[in-house]
Design a protein around this ligand. Structure first.
Ligand code: MIC
Ligand code: SF4
Length: 642
């Protein structure tokens, strides 16, 4: 039987296990990427492994998230990252060079390569035909150390595209349509492989918008074939050598198939506060808009910025709207500067920000209270913008610019002819902001400012875990709920300082209560830990004594992070048990030394209610070994697998 594209790339990189859905496999990782907000932890962990140099074909360290430098913290982090990169054989993309995923797509990503990144939007590179997966920083550190990346063999969903996008309908509408149909839980345990004759109508940056936001489905990753459009993009980047034609065999099959006719799509918006709360623009037309933000790793390509610039040329931003624009990379920023589009944007009244994540991760531009903000980003989780009760809608640059002109949600198809935007034959290429590793690593001194705090480690798993339920939560809790970013982002390298922020927007008494009780448990609903890859959502609660999370189900990356930091991820066998637990109940797990085995349920005693719950963990021998030894770093230090 023929292979689909995912099976082909996975089998080319398989080092452990077999490709049976649900079974754990280990794959070789060709490339890694980190960004500053997760990178400092990843490199502290890599350093703790004691290797002289990374073992990957290519590793890149980006600085794009923590850019504001309203204090010494971020600058300390940047300097630490630069030193580590030089010493250990990692390329360093300096602040100002752009958002990791956009730059990686432009300059490094390769069809058929495996890529692991400490950021959940790493799948952006699926737009070029790479199998690119987001993971916690420790897993990325392990990949840099040359170890396989372990995952459960995902099911492969074929998303069959036909037809062609109509004017003013965009790639963003494709992924919003997929989210509308499948929801934020719909991709868990799956990889989305785009196929069908509609694929050929989309350029690489458009494909990258779709694979980027596939993260919001909870999918392991998303991937497009590598074809003539891929070759043209690589050629325009001066990287034709990286081209490799890659697609599914003619008789390939998929575990599920979703069909989308591009011709039938219309402009869409994701409503507050979930990327799957999708409505048509027509349904929302006329809603007053106070802020529009263009940018983020989803929609800040040259094509996106040119569309906005051309639509605004000679016009003015509506007086009721503040319009910001963050170019995705130095490359696109330079190009719109040279071709005059930047002048059109500035003249129209756009607030041009530096090239980085910016407002997407709450680094400035919080919207006014109670007002609508339209963003071309990928996430609108509650409060992520920095404003409590925010009303953030996600949309294409087309819908964004229409609202910026009129002051209300507007169907861009009413704006007349869509201005033409051409893919350049040659992008502006200058990698002067990517520093190569040092030729003489021994001479590099790594500078650790006071914001780089020592790495906390868990202890060996005891036979018994007991304590109170510190918090009970509903479905779809995000890592933004668990470990907020925004103004707290600067403490990513400082776990004791960051620990004050655990569940801040949900219950700001959590850290103190956790400390007073010497730790305890959290109870969650379905899809617990969706969203970001930030391992801080496991590491920092571990620091406060979190022992286990009991939930109806978990998001993939967060579950792996919990294991890495020795927090048991437990799923109720009977979801109705969730209803019988309350905050404050005393829970107890005993006999763990013998009870912890693959496929063996555990019993959790609710001492307060005199009830016993059957829970499962679904962990493999390898993962249980990590838990027993007190987390992955301890396991590595003790020679895990020896
Ligand atoms: C995000 O979009 O939530 C982030 C910030 O890029 C995160 C990484 C982080 O928390 O540092 C992600 O997507 O993994
Ligand atoms: Fe940065 Fe936003 Fe992309 Fe995360 S989603 S990498 S914060 S631009």
């Amino acid at each position: 039987m023929g292979q689909n594209l995912v099976q082909r790339i996975l089998s080319e990189h398989l080092v452990e296990g077999s490709l049976t859905p649900g079974e754990e496999i280990g794959i070789r990782i060709d490339q890694t990427l980190t960004q500053d907000a997760t990178g400092t932890m990843a490199y502290l962990q890599f350093e703790a492994m004691g290797l002289p140099r990374v073992k990957t074909k290519l590793s890149v360290s980006y600085v794009d998230h923590n850019m504001l430098q309203t204090g010494f913290e971020n600058a300390d982090d940047h300097r630490y990252l630069q030193g580590v990169a030089a010493k250990y054989g990692i390329h360093f993309s300096r602040p100002g060079n752009g958002i990791c995923h956009q730059v990686h797509l432009e300059r490094f990503a390769a069809p058929g390569a495996t890529q692991l990144g400490s950021d959940s939007h790493t799948p952006t590179a699926g737009g070029i035909g790479a199998l690119a997966i987001g993971a916690g920083g420790l897993d990325v550190a392990c990949a840099m150390a040359g170890q396989p990346f372990f995952l459960n063999t995902p099911k492969v969903v074929g998303i069959k595209l036909s037809g062609q996008l109509q004017p003013w309908v965009a790639a963003k509408d494709v992924i919003l349509e997929v989210l509308r149909r499948l929801t934020v839980k719909g991709g868990v345990g799956k990889i989305m492989e785009y196929c069908g004759e509609g694929v050929g109508t989309l350029s690489v940056p458009e494909r990258a918008t779709i694979t980027n936001m596939g993260a919001e489905l909870g999918a392991t990753t998303s991937v497009f074939p590598s074809d003539a459009a891929t070759q043209a993009f690589l050629k325009a980047q001066g990287r034709e050598d990286a081209y490799r034609e890659l697609g599914p065999d003619a008789d390939a099959t998929y575990d599920e198939v979703v069909e989308i006719n591009l011709s039938e799509l219309e402009p869409l918006l994701a409503c507050p506060s979930s990327p799957d709360a999708v409505k048509t623009v027509t349904e929302l037309a006329g809603t007053p808009v106070a802020q529009v933000c263009v940018g983020s790793c989803t929609n800040s390509s040259f094509l996106d910025l040119m569309l906005v610039a051309n639509a605004l040329a000679g016009k003015s931003v509506h007086p009721g709207v503040s319009l910001t624009l963050s170019p995705g990379s130095k490359q696109v920023f330079t190009m719109i500067g040279r071709n005059g589009a930047l002048a059109d944007l500035i003249a129209a009244g756009v607030r041009v920000l530096e090239s980085g994540c910016g407002p997407c991760i709450g680094q400035g531009q919080s919207p006014p209270s109670g007002a609508v903000s339209l963003r071309t980003f990928n996430r609108n989780f509650p409060g992520r913008s920095g404003t409590e009760g925010d009303k953030v809608y996600l949309c294409s640059p087309e819908v964004a610019v229409a609202a910026a002109l009129t002051g209300v949600v507007t169907d861009p198809r009413t704006l007349g002819d869509k201005p033409p935007v051409e893919m350049p034959e040659r992008f502006s290429i200058d990698d002067n902001m990517v520093l190569a590793p040092a030729a003489d690593p021994a001479s590099v001194e790594i500078v650790r400012g006071p914001n780089i705090a020592p790495l906390p480690l868990a202890e060996v798993l005891p036979d018994q875990l007991s304590g109170p339920v510190l918090l009970k939560l509903e479905d779809n809790i995000t890592t933004d709920h668990i470990m907020p970013a925004g103004t707290w982002l600067k403490y990513r390298s400082n776990v004791p300082a960051y620990s004050q922020a655990v569940f801040y927007g949900v219950d700001s008494t959590f850290p103190q209560r956790a400390k007073d009780a010497s730790g305890g448990f959290v109870v969650g609903g379905g899809n617990y830990g969706q969203g970001s890859s930030r391992e801080h959502a496991a590491l920092v609660p571990m620091y406060l004594g979190l022992k286990a999370v009991l939930a109806k189900s978990f998001a993939r990356i967060h579950k792996a992070n919990l294991v890495n930091f020795r927090i048991l991820p437990l799923t109720f066998e009977d979801p109705a048990d969730y209803d019988t637990i309350d905050q404050g109940d005393q829970l107890e797990l005993t006999g763990l030394t013998t009870a912890l085995a693959p496929d063996q349920p555990l019993a959790v005693r609710n001492v307060t209610k005199d009830l016993t719950y059957q829970v499962t963990h679904g962990l493999t021998d390898r993962q249980l070994d990590v838990i027993r030894k007190g987390g992955l770093l301890n396991a590595i230090k003790q020679g895990q697998g020896d």
